[in-house]
Design a binder for this molecule. Structure first.
Ligand SMILES: [Zn+2]
Length: 274
């Protein structure tokens, strides 16, 4: 089995975690042990851990994410979720300073929070991320809740930010699903804009096989358009997508094995400095 880095994992071990229903749908043991076991089974050597949303709507506190990473024996590295307020931005920067060797990225939950990518409240965060070379991941596209704000999570809103901040490394999560072509253009146009392919399937739906084929065509075409796979990063969005389904999507891509390897781990290693 090829080496894999999963750049998008959620876990909390809390019962009020809003992603528990996905874990049940995918028959996953949604605990640290269960996750590490799944990773070992699929040759996943490293993973980035992000806050899952709680049933209250708030993300799991970043300190808990760091604690879970500590318990993972070096397999998981934390991503600090940043909510849109001056206080939260300050706290996120302080935490990243304290855990400078551990924190691999920041995450902004576009579509779930009231702010947009260009909100002035994030300025200090972008300044810090740019100066320290820490990527900022953005939720883009479909939201798991029906009350999400798609105008704010649309991937094209990141074009203006990338224009303003050429030194900022931006990762668009979920390939802007379903706006794959918009993301193809963004990763082609901007030198420091990347996209992950996490959370695109949930194991259900009326035509799971045809849907997986459709997704694979969309991502393959984005690779042809962008002129290569250098900007595309593997992720599961565990427990939303099981490893078997996420890896199946990469297997279905109509690209050569060297390109598959870049998507599975090489690109993540470079972008996140793993
Ligand atoms: Zn996610």
């Amino acid at each position: 089995m090829p080496k894999v880095i999963d750049a998008h994992i959620h876990l909390s071990e809390r019962r009020d975690d809003a992603l528990v229903r996905f874990a049940e749908m995918n028959s996953l043991t949604y605990t640290l042990e269960g996750l590490l076991e799944s990773m070992r089974e699929s040759s996943v050597r490293r993973g980035l851990l992000l806050s899952p949303p709680m049933k209250s709507g708030a993300p799991l506190p970043n300190e808990k994410v760091i604690e879970l990473c500590r318990r993972s024996g070096g397999l998981l590295s934390p991503v600090v979720t940043v909510e849109p307020s001056a206080k939260e931005v300050k706290a996120a920067i302080r935490l990243a300073e304290m855990e400078r060797k551990e924190v691999k990225a920041f995450k902004i939950r576009l579509g779930y929070v009231k702010a947009s990518a260009l909100s002035p409240t994030f300025e200090a965060l972008y300044d810090y991320a740019e100066a320290e070379g820490i990527p900022v991941m953005f939720h883009t596209g479909d939201t798991v809740t029906s009350t999400g704000d798609l105008a704010k999570s649309h991937p094209l809103t990141l074009d203006a930010l990338a224009n303003l901040r050429e030194e900022l490394t931006i990762v668009l999560c979920h390939f802007g699903n379903p706006w794959f072509e918009d993301v193809a253009e963004l990763i082609y146009k901007h030198a420091k804009v990347y996209a992950d392919i996490s959370g695109l399937t949930t194991g259900g739906g009326a035509y799971p096989d045809k849907f997986a084929g459709w997704l694979a065509r969309k991502i393959s075409e984005a690779i042809y358009f962008a002129g290569g796979p250098e900007k595309i990063i593997f992720g599961t969005d565990y427990p939303i997508t099981a490893y078997s389904d996420a890896l199946d999507l990469v297997r279905r891509l109509d690209v050569d094995d060297g390109d598959r390897e870049m998507i599975l781990w090489r690109n993540a290693e470079t972008v996140f400095g793993l």
